[in-house]
Write a protein that binds this ligand. Structure first.
Ligand SMILES: NC(=O)C1=CN([C@@H]2O[C@H](COP(=O)(O)OP(=O)(O)OC[C@H]3O[C@@H](n4cnc5c(N)ncnc54)[C@H](OP(=O)(O)O)[C@@H]3O)[C@@H](O)[C@H]2O)C=CC1
Ligand SMILES: O=C(O)C(=O)CO
Length: 320
């Protein structure tokens, strides 16, 4: 049995598969050469992250393909229903990266409220007076503690984000298309656990009540945050998107930052990925990262092992 990990997979995942008798190839095959490569090498399983697309054309043209594995959550780069129709299993790792994405949200939030990106860039190499000027320029930070974090999309990552927020002493309000309530179990270093019950409210109420908003919905056909929604937000609010590009109207977002309606935005995902718009890249009030929400060693380890376990469950152990 052969597995092609086209966007990489953790060593722990490779070890688990190899121990079970699989051959794992960690080569990057260009999208346009994938069909030929999969067929010529009789690949049984393709593993992808977000870069490689597994669409109808590949599913139709590669009869040996038995499993498509997504290392991560969003399946928007795979034609899932079509694969199922054709008897190809699609697997993903829904919970493995939630904590990592949630932590990245706070990296962006803290960056925004304390101007870290610009402060880092402006740190003078020499000159006491420049240092003092800089200290004045960045003296108007705000605390997260006591502020309200609005979460739109209150599934696994939304709830993981709520846990961190509660730990920081923030109030959490949330909106979800499906969930009406959730109990968040926050664990502390000494083994204590505390439950927090949250009833979801409407998106409009979240927009009005929140000092900061973080988005955790799957890919959507329409903007969740456009001009109208930005106008409903508090003046000077901050907005984070570590969900999917296309969830926020970036043109409206840049306008809201330029007019100072919003104080800052943090984006891990972009409407035109992997080549974000220059206006987004150059905006001084944006905190940016290159789609790395789930890219921690811990999350990638969990993802690799979880994918390997699922593949072994589906296809067995060729060794035996
Ligand atoms: N930046 C990164 O590296 C990563 C990004 N992601 C992104 O985060 C997304 C969320 O992941 P996760 O929390 O695990 O997913 P979940 O499915 O657990 O949660 C998403 C929640 O959002 C709800 N929802 C869907 N549409 C809307 C809407 N328009 N308004 C409000 N709520 C909505 C869903 O409801 P329903 O079930 O009814 O649809 C669901 O409850 C992924 O789909 C992926 O795109 C994930 C991992 C890493
Ligand atoms: O898991 C996801 O959906 C991601 O975006 C990270 O690859």
């Amino acid at each position: 049995m052969k597995v092609l990990a086209n966007d990489g997979v953790s060593q722990s995942g490779i070890d688990k598969l190899e121990n079970a008798g699989y051959e794992v190839i960690t080569k990057k095959v260009a999208q346009e050469q994938l069909i030929d490569y999969l067929n010529e090498n009789k690949i049984d399983v393709i593993l992808v992250r977000s870069a490689t697309k597994v669409r109808k054309d590949i599913i139709d043209a590669c009869p040996d393909l038995k499993v498509i594995g997504r290392g991560g959550v969003g399946l928007d780069n795979i034609d899932v229903d079509y694969a199922k129709e054709k008897g190809v299993k699609v697997i993903n790792t829904p919970a493995a990266s939630s904590a990592s994405v949630a932590e990245l949200v706070f990296a962006h939030l803290l960056n925004g409220v304390r101007f870290l990106k610009n402060a880092n860039r402006d740190m003078p190499l020499e000159g006491e007076s420049k240092f003092k000027d800089l200290k004045k320029s960045y003296a108007k930070g705000v605390e997260l503690r006591g502020k309200t974090l609005g979460i739109i999309g209150f599934g696994r990552i939304g709830q993981a984000t709520a846990k961190v927020a509660i730990g920081l002493g923030m109030k959490v309000v949330a909106a979800d298309a499906f969930l009406e309530e959730a109990t968040i179990e926050v664990d502390f270093f000494d083994g204590q656990k505390l439950d927090f019950h949250i009833n979801t409210i409407s998106k409009e109420e979240v927009l009005k009540q929140s000092d900061f908003i973080s988005l955790h919905v799957p890919a959507q056909k329409e903007y969740v945050i456009g001009k109208k929604e930005l106008e409903m937000m508090k003046d000077g609010a901050g907005l984070i998107n570590a969900a999917r590009g296309g969830v926020i109207d970036e043109v409206a977002l840049v306008e809201a930052l330029d007019s100072r309606k919003l104080a800052f935005a943090g984006l891990d995902v972009f409407e035109s990925e992997p080549k974000p718009e220059i206006k987004v890249l150059m905006n001084p009030h944006m905190s940016l990262s290159p789609h790395i929400g789930g890219s921690t060693n811990e999350a990638q380890d969990r993802i690799g092992v979880e994918l390997a376990s699922q593949i072994i469950d589906i296809l067995g152990t060729p060794k035996n």
